[in-house]
Design a protein around this ligand. Structure first.
Ligand SMILES: Nc1ncnc2c1ncn2[C@@H]1O[C@H](COP(=O)(O)OP(=O)(O)OP(=O)(O)O)[C@@H](O)[C@H]1O
Ligand SMILES: [Mg+2]
Length: 137
């Protein structure tokens, strides 16, 4: 388990970048935290660290549900989805089989869907401070 503490959006992006640089080419990452905790901000850094896109190109996939950066990084936001059945219809199983990195916001709402070998990143917010806990890596 690794723990980081950040005090600004830029610092959270920098932590994401560090996490992204150390990821294997095949990884599922659940980004867990309340509204505004910094899940999308951290994703910007992770995508940058993976060399897939610049932070400005990363935004919340709230309406389109899945964003693709390059050909092997996917970013999913399940906030607006209520039923497991709907998530299954997105074709994530196929993505999970690929040599790809998949970042999922609000994935913890559907605990049955994910393989056990995943990375969970929890973000807790107090004012502008974010405590970021990465397990297991
Ligand atoms: N240390 C910090 N790290 C990251 N964001 C911070 C920090 N301090 C303040 N913020 C603010 O918190 C917000 C984080 O927004 P972000 O979209 O990343 O959250 P989110 O968890 O993806 O939210 P949602 O649940 O709506 O998808 C931004 O408005 C950002 O400016
Ligand atoms: Mg978000």
């Amino acid at each position: 388990m690794r723990v980081f503490e950040t005090y600004s959006e830029d610092e959270t992006i920098a932590v994401g970048e560090e996490i992204g640089r150390g990821l294997p080419s095949h990884a599922l990452i659940l980004l867990i935290g309340n509204l505004g905790a910094g899940k999308t901000t951290l994703a910007k850094g992770i995508v940058k660290g993976l060399g897939a896109a610049a932070p400005e190109e990363v935004s919340s996939p709230t309406f389109t549900l899945i964003h693709e950066y390059g050909d092997r990084v996917y970013h999913v936001d399940l906030y607006r989805i209520d039923e497991e059945r709907e998530v299954r219809s997105l074709g994530l199983d196929e993505l999970l089989d690929r040599d790809a990195v998949i970042l999922v916001e609000w994935g913890e709402r559907f605990p049955n869907l994910w393989p056990p070998n995943r990375i969970e990143i929890r973000l807790e917010a107090i004012d502008d401070t974010r405590r970021i806990t990465v397990t297991p890596a």
